[in-house]
Design a protein around this ligand. Sequence first.
Ligand code: CA
Length: 123
Amino acid sequence: MHFKWTICANIHSVLLLVVLLSDVDECLSLGGLNGHHCHSNTRCVNTVGSYLCECLPGYRRVDKFNCAEVDECAAGLHRCSPHADCINTAGSYRCRCRHGYQGDGYTCQRELPAPAPPRRDAP
Ligand SMILES: [Ca+2]
């Protein structure tokens, strides 16, 4: 009985090894039968017998091979200050404090008026 299980386990190991060794890494080339078809806004990930196209950060799934840029500003997915403008970028977004405010865009505080120059009284 133990001998039979050992043979089965070894056969499975050999089969797994054959599958792994015969796997084509589609991610190494673009197009054709042995290459991948991932769009440029994805990252190709090789799997045994196939591959996946993972969306890059800031992109959402369109189909198996393609992802679309997320407009965080239009979708309300940003963390900009209420006193900042949200600017969509490829894969992310930026925040810029509005006129009259200063900060990093995530936190904006009203700019203080420049201090008045010291008075020069005549001697
Ligand atoms: Ca974006």
